[in-house]
Design a binder for this molecule. Structure first.
Ligand SMILES: NC(=O)c1ccc[n+]([C@@H]2O[C@H](COP(=O)([O-])OP(=O)(O)OC[C@H]3O[C@@H](n4cnc5c(N)ncnc54)[C@H](O)[C@@H]3O)[C@@H](O)[C@H]2O)c1
Length: 431
């Protein structure tokens, strides 16, 4: 089948290459010329383990090609996947501008039947909007169907997740489009949930909101455990082994961030508000998450004597989680902003993220190595759970630091071990 992927970001590029693996002929298209040129040259414009190898493989097999020519791309392909961003708008709703632009281009250039698939995360009811936008841009009546097919991959393991999904969700009211989608996914070994577009769109928001809820649950519980000197990691393990609960998304930390959870939870709350059915649990999820980052800042302040003025703090990790270079709504950057407000000086490090334009001018500098970053600092704050940070030589680090303080926003350090080396350690109910 000939597939067009519109939007070659984390989701679009991964989706494109996974369909190549399934033997389909795929074209990737983006409005960003630099991204297209990089991909054409076999270079990923973002960090995602394993994806570059697959890109090079399918440039060789000629299963993949990239173009900037939307008119030709729409003409030449049968199935069009919309994989563009749907960022948080000013009012908290998903901003559908990019989706609308693509839908209108499709309407303008299509000359024969197409299946138009929305893989971007979009609010319930968007398939109807896409239908209207396509129709309104058509110069002549050409038939098409719209399908909702949300994506559930995680950055950092995007390739594995897209090749081995827990389920595939297909939302359409068209039998013809349903058969096309079944054929497209015929080699995937997982349940397929077939439903209408509205339910399909809701499934994606419900999934992300539920996961965010687990994180806020454990974070709030961690605050109680901190007060009672109970190890939250043991509690997480003890409840996570119950198969009704499951072990995932139960790690206490600084609160969730990233390109999906904050915007998707907010978008669902907006949908709920507009429908007159408030989702009060989800409102609390957002509230607890906002409090959690403040909770951690206060722990840092307390550990360092209550005043951060002129303290030099090493922040390890800028990405919102390990194995990605994505810093969208990263808790780490949020924390840096607050530390700078408290008059602290920041030295920062990330194994992958290199900030072209670091925030806060002279108060904030990025370093290449952990050793340079921690030198002459009053505290190390661990923000991202990179493997590199799990294997740090704390003895050497202590020699480089001015004061031996560790603030662990990920509960990733062995408290007993570093305390034995003479560190003052503070985690999130990590005893
Ligand atoms: N990143 C994730 O982990 C993830 C997981 C599941 C779902 N999603 C959803 O998938 C969608 C895409 O997310 P992403 O992280 O890949 O975003 P991204 O920002 O990495 O990629 C989006 C791409 O779309 C391009 N684009 C914008 N307008 C365009 C247009 N008119 N024509 C062609 N290209 C255009 C941008 O240049 C960009 O390269 C979002 O709705 C997101 O919520 C993301």
């Amino acid at each position: 089948m000939k597939i067009l992927i519109v939007g070659t970001g984390y989701v679009g590029t991964t989706t494109a290459l996974v369909f190549c693996e399934m033997g389909h002929q795929v074209t990737g298209l983006d409005v960003d010329d630099q991204k297209i040129e990089a991909l054409q040259a076999g270079n990923l414009h973002f960090y995602e383990p394993g994806l570059k190898e697959l890109l090079l493989k399918h440039i060789q097999t000629e299963n993949i090609s990239f173009t900037k020519n939307i008119k030709e791309a729409i003409k030449n392909n049968d199935v069009i996947f919309i994989c563009v961003g749907t960022p948080r708008g000013e009012d908290g709703r998903a901003d559908l501008t990019y989706v609308k632009n693509v839908a209108e281009s499709i309407g303008k250039y299509m000359k024969e039947y197409k299946v138009i698939v929305t893989k971007s995360t979009v609010p319930t009811g968007t398939a109807e909007l896409v239908t209207e936008w396509v129709k309104s841009a058509q110069e002549e009546l050409v038939l098409f169907d719209v399908v909702s097919n949300p994506e559930f991959l995680r950055e950092g393991s995007a390739l594995y997740d897209a090749l081995h999904p827990d389920r595939i969700v297909i939302g359409t009211t068209s039998e013809k489009a349903r058969l096309t989608m079944r054929e497209l996914y015929q080699d995937f070994q997982c349940p397929i949930v077939e439903t209408n577009p509205k339910a399909s769109e809701m499934i994606k928001y419900a999934a992300n909101s539920f996961l965010a809820m687990k994180i806020s649950f454990i974070n709030e519980l961690a605050r109680l455990c901190d007060r009672l000197a109970i190890n939250i990691n043991d509690v997480s393990k003890g409840i996570g082994l119950d198969h009704r609960i499951g072990p995932h998304f139960l790690k206490a930390g600084m609160g969730y961030g990233g390109s999906c959870f904050p915007k998707d939870v907010n978008a669902l709350l907006q949908t709920a508000g507009a429908s007159g059915i408030p989702l009060t649990i989800l409102e609390q999820v957002v509230q607890v998450n906002a409090e959690q980052s403040l909770y951690f800042i206060n722990k840092i302040k307390q550990a360092l004597g209550g005043d951060l003025t002129n303290k030099t703090i090493a922040v390890l990790g800028l990405a919102f989680k390990a194995n990605t270079d994505d810093i969208r709504e990263s808790q780490s950057l949020n924390l840096i902003n607050r530390l700078v407000q408290e008059q602290a000086m920041i030295k920062m490090h990330d194994p992958v993220v290199k900030l072209a334009d670091p925030p806060h001018g002279p108060f904030c500098r990025q370093f290449q190595t952990v050793a340079e970053t921690v030198s002459d600092t009053d505290a190390v704050v661990l923000c991202t759970d990179w493997d590199e940070y799990k294997q740090l030589d704390w003895m050497t680090i202590k020699r480089l630091m001015k004061q031996p303080y560790i603030l662990d926003g990920r509960n990733m350090v062995d408290k007993g071990k570093v305390e034995a080396l003479g560190f003052h350690y503070t985690g999130i109910a990590n005893y």
